[in-house]
Design a protein around this ligand. Structure first.
Ligand SMILES: [Zn+2]
Length: 252
């Protein structure tokens, strides 16, 4: 159910049964010279469209529109990257959640397609849970909870460098969903600097010349189709849990 397509009166009736809302968030950031700035937006749009088909029109979830900007400071030196600051994005998500809670929503899913949003969303979900009578779920479709490394490695066994940004996985989904937006795909990637085994703050240009961090050379339309299908299956299972058992706020 698209929140934007119903009237407020229909919403009152529907909200007697629908207690779950999805807040999708992506990013507007460089994705190498071969992919568009809206790559994360298009990937989320593609997965969501397929998910909605799979769930069916009467599935008890309100989908909000996709937020097209996320937190992308690491890419800001590349043209067209638009980044929210940490405090802006926290405020935006909290305001959306407080509005939803006011209208009786009990479960809120942050459905995210940009790794750079992930830690922040997880962190503020605890603050929102403390302040409002809602349960928060944070799903990063590019994280282990959906496109897990076993699946990605199986899909692209020959890649020369793990997918961090604009590699074979993201390129495949764009090739499947928006083939008109693919430019010339670069060769295998060699990092300018090796990643340490501990987290560290980086700017994209520390690691890459053209903004790609990963090996996009094994992308294919078929891999994109498989990845979307895999994501939809896992998301459907998670949504079934959230809308059934997950709506019981008395759980421990
Ligand atoms: Zn991306």
């Amino acid at each position: 159910m698209e929140l934007q397509e119903i009237s407020w009166k229909e919403g009152i009736q529907l909200s007697e049964k629908i207690k779950t809302a999805v807040v999708p968030i992506s990013a507007c950031e460089q994705h190498g010279a071969h992919l568009p700035l809206g790559t994360d937006f298009f990937i989320l749009d593609c997965v969501q469209q397929a998910l909605k088909m799979d769930l069916g029109v009467d599935y008890p979830v309100f989908f909000l529109p996709i937020i097209p900007v996320g937190k992308s400071p690491e890419h800001l030196n590349y043209f067209g990257t638009i980044s929210f600051s940490l405090s802006t994005i926290a405020a935006v998500m909290k305001d959306i959640c407080s509005s939803l809670a006011k209208h009786g929503i009990k479960n809120i899913v942050f459905l995210n397609s940009h790794g750079g949003n992930s830690d922040l969303l997880k962190s503020i979900s605890f603050d929102i849970r403390a302040d409002y009578d809602v349960f928060l779920y944070c799903i990063n479709i590019l994280g282990e909870e959906i496109w897990d490394s076993a699946f990605v490695n199986g899909l692209f066994p020959e890649v020369s460098y793990p997918e961090i940004h604009a590699g074979s996985l993201e390129t495949s989904v764009i090739a499947y969903f928006r083939p008109d937006l693919i430019r010339t795909v670069p060769g295998p990637f060699t990092p300018k600097k090796e990643f340490l085994s501990v987290p560290f703050g980086w700017r994209t240009e520390d690691l890459s010349e053209d903004g790609t961090i990963g090996d996009p050379t094994f992308y294919s339309v078929e891999a994109g189709r498989k990845a979307v299908q895999y994501a939809v299956k896992k998301l459907h299972q998670i949504f079934d849990f959230i809308t059934a058992e997950g709506s019981d706020l008395s759980r421990g």
